[in-house]
Design a protein around this ligand. Sequence first.
Ligand code: C2E
Ligand code: MG
Ligand code: MG
Ligand code: MG
Length: 273
Amino acid sequence: RAKAAGRNTYALFDATHHQALHEQRETERALRSGIARGEIVTHFQPIFDLQSRHLVCVEALARWQRPDHGLIPPAVFIPIAEDLGLIGDLFGQVLRSAAEEAVRWPPTVPVAVNLSPLQLHDPDTAQRILAILDSVGLPPDRLEIEITESALLAEVEAARQSIQRLRRAGIHFALDDFGTGYANLHQLRDLPFDKVKIDRSFVMRLADPDTACLLERIIDLAHAMRLTVVAEGIETEAEAAWTRDHGCHHGQGYGLARPMPAHALLDMMAARP
Ligand code: C2E
Ligand code: MG
Ligand code: MG
Ligand code: MG
């Protein structure tokens, strides 16, 4: 009996597993053709100075407009694009559309794009980025590249050359999701970062005294390295006030502005002083 039950369990597992595999293949196929057909769209989230509330930067965020599925978030399709070796193509499209928008903004407002850790190991990445900026006509100092802290852990040496080449061209760097990846402090000091973005997981738990205390220390550390500090995930006025009063320079979050299509951002820019 046990054996029979076991066999049934396996049969059920096989069917479910088979279904999941089938869906995964289907998603991969759809993403591959979607990237080729221009289904990746870029949304833009404003970042503000927490003191003056002036617009200081805009982050470009990828979405996949999958036919009959709606707008798919990057957490779903970025890992698949990485697996399929398509992240470079996807990034190129996001960078191009971000740069094409940024040339229409005030020259004081840079655009930030997210670079996948895998791309840092590709020796052609730096050249491709500079070629896209050149063809669109966006000065390199208007671009900021965000790299997640965990990405740095893997292989700094491979990353260092790409980063330094781009930095020399004038591109700025931000360490994304700061506080979540235990970046080596030497790496932080040695790589040319201008900014750290404090991960949303800290800001959302500010009511917890231990988290607040930890966050104060993280901000101190960033100040000691003379980095601009950005708080991510500001949803409430209390979070905006706390982060401002504890030394965060800039803020990003649904409470300040949500990610939006390019035309909505232009409307917002026109409506503000
Ligand atoms: P990230 O770079 O840390 O971007 C911030 C994410 O937090 C965005 O999610 C944004 O919509 C979300 N967010 C901002 N403010 C709030 C808030 O107040 N509350 C909440 N709950 N969320 C907030 P999104 O657009 O889903 O992107 C998720 C991640 O996907 C990004 O995290 C980034 O790591 C990655 N990603 C997005 N676009 C690209 C891309 O073009 N290339 C690569 N390699 N990764 C990308
Ligand atoms: Mg980011
Ligand atoms: Mg971030
Ligand atoms: Mg984050």
